[in-house]
Ligand binder design. Structure first.
Ligand SMILES: Nc1ncnc2c1ncn2[C@@H]1O[C@H](COP(=O)(O)OP(=O)(O)OP(=O)(O)O)[C@@H](O)[C@H]1O
Ligand SMILES: O=P(O)(O)OC[C@H]1O[C@H](OP(=O)(O)OP(=O)(O)O)[C@H](O)[C@@H]1O
Length: 234
């Protein structure tokens, strides 16, 4: 069976089901609402695996699923050299969110990455520790700050409610995803103008090292035909 991993809850799951359904591939939870087993109708040889969106990159890299739907941000952050491990088959047009850096709105002279660099450079001398940036996107944020030449900072791990860390005084700045901007505004934070690290959306990925035997390749070709995507990269 060709295994496809999709998010197990929320809007990402619903919109994924809709996207496949519109292309003749019907996905559904096979048991009760809370049961993480699924079924696929409309094509033979495909098995649905419902997983946490955050775990799908690792399952793809390990070859335990052949295809997977998750945010492009999560694949880039969780996998080193992500494009050697997975191939992007389709950008699905939902789940849009930008990974950005935000600082307190009260920092009136800090609006750009250069400004942040200047604040960070003086911060340690004034406070005795490096400026703290809270995030769960460690790889992407580190890479971006290195590219931008910002060195005087430390990352603080935050796996949720990241915007609250500034008010709670566990960080001075945050790097997180935003879509409407409401959470940032509610927490008196502003986006640095040139700090868009990644523009994410839900994406269909294929695992490069997942035991693609003749049978699974044939299933992939049929599925790709229904979905209107190119699977030649696999
Ligand atoms: N407010 C949002 N608007 C649009 N997309 C979002 C939003 N929040 C998160 N996403 C996207 O949804 C995906 C899943 O995010 P996240 O890992 O936070 O989900 P979750 O539901 O907490 O999943 P998990 O089961 O792993 O806890 C990410 O790719 C992210 O970019
Ligand atoms: O710009 P907005 O529309 O306000 O959306 C942004 C929020 O959505 C995400 O949180 P999520 O609800 O996934 O919870 P989390 O705190 O667990 O990440 C993200 O981490 C932001 O907090």
């Amino acid at each position: 069976m060709l295994k496809i991993g999709v998010p197990s809850k929320g809007r990402l799951m619903e919109q994924t089901f809709e996207w496949f359904g519109a292309r003749g591939v019907t996905m559904r939870q096979s048991g009760r609402d809370r049961e993480y087993a699924g079924a696929v109708d409309g094509i033979d040889g495909v098995e649905l695996v419902l997983l946490s969106a955050g775990e799908i990159p690792r399952e793809l890299a390990a070859g335990r699923i052949h295809l997977g739907v998750t945010g492009s941000d999560l694949v880039r952050d969780k996998l080193a050299d992500w494009d050697r491990q997975v191939a992007e088959l389709a950008q699905m047009g939902f789940g849009h969110a930008d990974l950005i850096i935000a600082v307190p709105a009260a920092w009136v002279d800090c609006d750009t990455m250069d400004d942040l660099d200047a604040v960070a450079a003086g911060f340690r001398a004034a406070h005795g520790f490096r400026l703290r940036i809270a995030t769960k996107y460690h790889r992407l944020v580190r890479e971006f700050l290195t590219e931008q030449g910002v060195a005087e900072y430390q990352l603080v791990d935050s796996q949720g409610a990241t915007e609250g860390t500034v008010k709670n005084q566990t960080a001075e700045a945050i790097a997180d995803i935003t879509s409407t901007g409401e959470t940032l505004r509610a927490n008196d934070l502003k986006i640095l103008g040139d700090s868009v690290i990644h523009q994410s959306q839900a994406t269909l990925f294929a695992a490069r090292q997942a035991g693609w035997d003749v049978e699974k390749r044939a299933t992939l070709t049929r599925l790709a035909g229904m979905l209107g995507v190119k699977a030649g990269a696999i």
